[in-house]
Write a protein that binds this ligand. Structure first.
Ligand code: NI
Length: 229
């Protein structure tokens, strides 16, 4: 299930984040890549430990937590590992799969625990016509899907996919990326729940609280009970 959220951020939020990132210092993105992703990762990222990064992460987190479509598509247990990335001309991130676990380490206590990556997301921060290249490409069994969304829009997709970011050939691509440890681990189950939820809401909007709506709601709630952890 791949879902795009148009205008997760409004113009005001977007401007505040981009203004802050304009003056920020970025460092080599290799530091947060796994040993094989490192071979294909060429971008820059905002130092995670800076006060500015913490502030910007909170702004994005608040927007995500307030978004009903994000909730319905991702079933977040924890939204984690938010990172601001910058691609300048010549930079790209070749084909890779995201790590299953992020943060912490094997012997860490709860304060520094590891989170599973079930859902990946990219929040686009620069307008698509301000840079060339830089499409997010998600590989499918038959074909590739290419995404270059407007600034303030977000795409979420299963972390289990192979994906890449095409080389930026002009301009600057700024994004915020992050991951969700989902209450529903299986992407196919998340899709069933998302479809059922969408269908029952649409039925409710058209016909109100009918017996069909109640049965769909019952099924939805009971599947969620079975499939969540
Ligand atoms: Ni990735």
């Amino acid at each position: 299930l791949i879902v795009t959220l148009d205008t997760l951020l409004n113009d005001e939020q977007l401007t505040a984040i981009c203004d802050a990132l304009m003056t920020a210092e970025f460092s080599d993105g290799q530091r947060t890549a796994g040993w094989h992703a490192r071979l294909v990762k060429q971008n820059q990222q905002l130092d995670r430990s800076s006060a500015m990064a913490e502030d910007l992460r909170q702004q994005v987190l608040s927007a995500l937590q307030a978004n009903a479509l994000f909730e319905a598509a991702a079933y977040p247990d924890t939204i984690h590992s938010l990172l601001f990335s910058r691609y300048q001309p010549g930079m790209e991130y070749g084909r890779h799969v995201d790590n299953a676990f992020m943060g912490g380490n094997a012997s860490s206590g709860k304060a520094n625990r590891r989170f599973r990556a079930d859902v990946s997301f990219t929040l686009f921060l620069t307008e698509p016509d301000s840079y060339e290249g830089g499409e997010l490409v998600i590989e499918g069994a038959c074909d590739d899907q290419r995404y270059k969304l407007s600034a303030g829009s977000l795409i979420l997709y299963p972390s289990s996919t192979l994906h890449r970011v095409e080389k930026v050939t002009a301009g600057v691509r700024l994004v915020c990326i992050g991951w969700v440890q989902s209450l529903v681990r299986d992407p196919a189950q998340r899709e069933v729940l998302f479809d059922l939820d969408t269908a029952r809401r649409s039925l409710f909007a058209r016909e109100g609280k009918t017996i069909e709506f109640d049965l769909l709601s019952k099924t939805y709630a009971n599947l969620l009970r079975q499939w969540s952890e």
